[in-house]
Design a protein around this ligand. Sequence first.
Ligand code: PRP
Length: 184
Amino acid sequence: MHMVSAADALQEILISESELRTRVTELGEEIRRGYEGLDGRLLVVGMLKGSFIFLADLVRAIDLHCEIDFMAASSYGNSTESSGQIRVTRDIKGIEGQHVLIVEDIVDSGYTMDYILRLLRSRNPASVKLVSLLDKPSRRRVPVQIDYCGFEIEDKFVVGYGLDFAGMYRNLPFIGVLKPECYR
Ligand code: PRP
């Protein structure tokens, strides 16, 4: 079987490893300042699977007492177009009275975060905020407030640093743009 190397599938590197490192460090500091005077700990909730690398780097840049948990959601629809019908496939424990920071890799249509933010806010937490590494505002179908955003990007198919195409490329250490012929 012929193996296609990751580099062959990429059109360009959009965000390099060092750019990611710098921005993630800045985000960690922005988040620490945003929770100045926090009484107790911050519950950091990563959205599986895409956020796992971002979360791992980000929490090491947040100088606060943190607890870490994970949620997963899936949408009915194909791989590139979210349908707006979201289903939680892994949930967290009760969050009443807690300060919750959701960690996402990307906000695209906004359907996932619109649903998750509403769901978590209905559970009487002290606060719920959102940090997303990437934001594709041109694709938005429902408005979502991103409290901390890493990079605003154009509508290109991005992979790497946790983001996949058909389950692959999550392990690339940078954010790359997939060649259109790979998914068309
Ligand atoms: C991606 C991403 C967000 C969501 C964003 O998850 O991680 O959760 O899509 O899209 P939306 O704004 O249009 O709702 P995906 O379903 O690909 O799962 P994954 O995180 O396991 O890769």
